[in-house]
Write a protein that binds this ligand. Structure first.
Ligand code: GLN
Length: 496
């Protein structure tokens, strides 16, 4: 916990450090990501030359990238918990991310995979660990914790707004690599800010878990060995010695991630020596995990299929100005900033009446909103089939519904993983939370690729299928929610 008395909106000052670091990191992440598929599928002959890839392959690469970004949060969490401490992991991560974006800024095709690889590794070190430090700023019983995560969630969305705005404009209107470079500059500002104000974090996340030095150096050696082997594999793939189609890789990656998640939950539940209460919490987190993975498989199509839908079938002319395609994604963070306080107030209002829905119910609600958003897309596809381009309102409503879903699920999920994780595993459990995003990200690339592969015609069957699985999982959650009714004292502090 921090020892500082000054505060940041009534919260420990360290929250400001984390707020600004995350803001810049998300600025760079979303800013670059919004351009990625547009760059890869852009015509080679265009003035702003793209790579001319097919939509299927480009979205598979996008899915693998998003999947890697979040998957690497698992080893990133482990490294911080056991070897580096969370503060140091965030620092290293931020530097590597900045290097990654700056690599992408180099205007040659071969900078793509190296740049994406560096951003993914850096984000793996940063993203879950910064959330862990947020949790560590508060004592276990500090009622400000959930509000702290809500403020932190704002930084994510302010950052992505800035990213879409600046990187989107520069990338599409000036040149792709200018957009990527802007992301690099943003993350560099984040690094400088973190270095200058890191002391405000006090000892929150400063030291790794206590363990005998001999065990730590053994873990260190293992980590180096695994790191080295991974680097060799990455090089073999990156340099083209092992060639593999992106869509085939993405599919296998999705199976791999699902297996890892299943095994990890099984290990925690059965073999980690947890108490009965802790095991029940692990089961609850497992349910939330499944719902979250499904949710992100729709949400992350913003950078893929929905991005392409905006480019190919939506009228983006606004009073004579051709809006950058990536600006359409602007609406998600704007809606988050506008509606997050309303959602928080609504949960608190229900909480005071002891009516606050349990976590699985909130997650089910998130999935229902995601289903509705793709129902709107189904209608939009129908209208576009009659005559394209169609108005922007369709995507605006889609993003509004997705944001409602996000607000019912995402900030609460972050806080739940902070609160219900077994103590010793909290860093890794955040990693697990992001593993749900990883699975969602890969699925988003695969589903989005299938959806857009045959133009408008191929969208309806894929979107209908997605709606069915969102609703199916939501119904399952509602049934299982019955077993996870929380005790009244836990309900009261939820969401306030
Ligand atoms: N929008 C949130 C963020 O960037 C959640 C993303 C996710 O977990 N997939 O942190």
């Amino acid at each position: 916990m921090t020892s500082s008395n000054a505060d940041f909106f009534g919260h420990p000052m360290g929250l400001r450090t984390l707020f600004l670091t995350e803001m810049w990191e998300r600025m760079s992440y979303y800013g670059m990501r919004a351009l990625l598929v547009l760059y890869m599928t852009g015509a080679v002959s265009a003035a702003n030359a793209g790579l001319g890839m097919s939509q299927l392959e480009a979205q598979a690469i996008y899915g693998i990238y998003v999947g890697m970004v979040y998957f690497l949060a698992v080893p990133g969490g482990w490294l911080a918990d056991n070897l580096l401490g969370h503060q140091r992991a965030v620092l290293y991560g931020a530097v590597v991310i900045a290097l990654g974006h700056l690599t992408l800024a180099v205007p040659i095709e071969s900078s793509l995979f190296l740049g994406l690889g560096l951003v993914a590794i850096g984000t793996g070190l940063l993203k879950s660990n910064i959330s862990t430090i947020v949790g560590k700023l508060y004592a276990d019983d500090d009622p400000r914790r959930d509000a702290g995560f809500t403020i932190f969630y704002m930084s994510i969305n302010i950052g992505s707004m800035v990213g879409f705005g600046i990187c989107g404009y520069l990338g599409e209107k000036v040149g792709w690599h200018w957009g990527f470079g802007a992301a690099g500059v943003g993350m560099t500002l984040g690094v400088l800010q973190y270095v200058r104000s890191r002391h405000l974090l006090g000892d929150a996340g400063l030291k790794p878990n206590v363990m005998p030095e001999e065990r730590r150096s053994r873990l260190n050696r293992w980590a180096m060995l695994v790191g080295l082997l991974t680097a060799v594999v990455v090089l073999l793939f990156g340099s083209g010695v092992i060639e593999v189609k992106a869509s085939v890789f993405a599919e296998n990656f999705a199976y791999f991630l699902t297996t890892i998640a299943g095994l990890y939950f099984l290990y925690l539940y059965a073999f980690a020596g947890l108490s009965a209460a802790e095991r029940k919490n692990v089961l609850l987190l497992f349910l939330l995990f499944i719902a979250a993975a499904a949710f992100w498989s729709g949400f992350d199509q913003s950078g893929g299929s929905l991005n392409l839908f905006a480019r190919d079938y939506t009228d983006l002319n606004f009073m004579g100005f051709d809006m950058p395609v990536s600006w359409v994604q602007f609406f998600n963070p704007i809606y988050v900033v506008l509606f997050a306080p309303l959602f928080a107030a609504f949960w608190a209002f229900l909480g005071r009446r002891n009516l606050d829905p349990s976590l699985p119910l909130k997650f089910a609600l998130g999935l229902v909103f995601m289903g509705l958003s793709f129902l709107v897309m189904l209608l939009a596809v129908g209208v576009a089939l009659e005559s394209a381009p169609i108005g922007l309102q369709w995507l605006l409503i889609t993003y509004l519904l997705q944001t409602f879903g996000e607000l019912a699920l995402s900030p609460i999920g972050l806080s739940a993983f902070s609160r219900y994780s077994p103590k010793r595993y909290v860093g890794q459990m955040f990693g697990l939370w992001f593993l749900a995003s990883a699975i969602g990200g890969v699925l988003a690339g695969l589903l989005g690729g299938e959806a857009t592969d045959g133009g408008l015609q191929s969208m309806s069957p894929i979107f209908s299928y997605m709606i069915q699985y969102y609703v199916g999982i939501a119904v399952l959650l509602v049934i299982l929610a019955y077993f996870f009714r929380q005790k009244p004292d836990e309900r009261r502090s939820e969401g306030e």
